[in-house]
Design a protein around this ligand. Sequence first.
Ligand SMILES: C[S@@+](CC[C@H](N)C(=O)[O-])C[C@H]1O[C@@H](n2cnc3c(N)ncnc32)[C@H](O)[C@@H]1O
Ligand SMILES: Nc1nc2[nH]cc(C(=O)O)c2c(=O)[nH]1
Ligand code: SF4
Ligand SMILES: [Mg+2]
Length: 226
Amino acid sequence: MYRVKEMFYTLQGEGAQTGRPAVFCRFSKCNLWNGREKDRANSICSFCDTDFVGTDGQNGGEFADAMSLAKAIADLWPASGGEGRTRHGRVRPYVVCTGGEPLLQLDVPLIDALHGLGFEVGVETNGTLPAPAGVDWLCVSPKAAAVLAVTRCDELKLVYPQAQAMPERFSGFDADYFYLSPMASPDATATSDPLKWENTRRAIEYCLEHPQWRLTLQTHKLVGID
Ligand SMILES: C[S@@+](CC[C@H](N)C(=O)[O-])C[C@H]1O[C@@H](n2cnc3c(N)ncnc32)[C@H](O)[C@@H]1O
Ligand SMILES: Nc1nc2[nH]cc(C(=O)O)c2c(=O)[nH]1
Ligand code: SF4
Ligand SMILES: [Mg+2]
């Protein structure tokens, strides 16, 4: 049984895949916060901008097995199927498994079912749980002092600044890309978030001084698409 908060088709807003059309599958539950506001301050992760409690969101629900969830995801990909080509070949449909913490639920049967339907599988994780085999794009976003279980990733996307998780701790990690993502206020969706702009200024400064790191912005919030 898989528990999903919501699913929707949008553009990946963050990181190296920014701008890429994708179905987002937001799994319920997280291991670093229970999702209740009263417990936020005392949780390992205290700045989360996402509601991942329950299954009551758009296209959310309980899915009895891997194939029924994979089919529900495929149903959200545009029917035309006109993905086109690049010099690398046919463009494949893309799903981003997020949450909550997707690695509490994502398993090999679901990845296999998604691959069987032609999907490339991306994951957004806090990195504290091992990743199943077969993930095509792994994004790890470390939180506070939480110890990482994942040992390599495609992109390390660090929310900045975090007193207990500054970039120096991760600069030796086995990743292809290193991003700083300015911390936004948990409840802000608009562009007028003073905390975010102050943190953006600081992130820019850090990247300019440490060119291993690149800036990424939550572009879906900037353009208001989800
Ligand atoms: C809601 S999390 C879900 C996936 C996973 N639990 C994780 O933390 O990576 C999705 C992404 O949003 C980022 N995020 C959460 N709250 C944020 C905030 N207030 N400002 C900027 N990014 C945030 C996370 O770091 C992560 O990269
Ligand atoms: N458009 C869009 N891009 C995203 N990239 C990561 C997100 C997430 O919440 O995991 C996210 C999200 O919630 N929306
Ligand atoms: S940002 Fe990720 S790790 Fe932190 S509470 Fe939200 S879902 Fe959990
Ligand atoms: Mg988000």
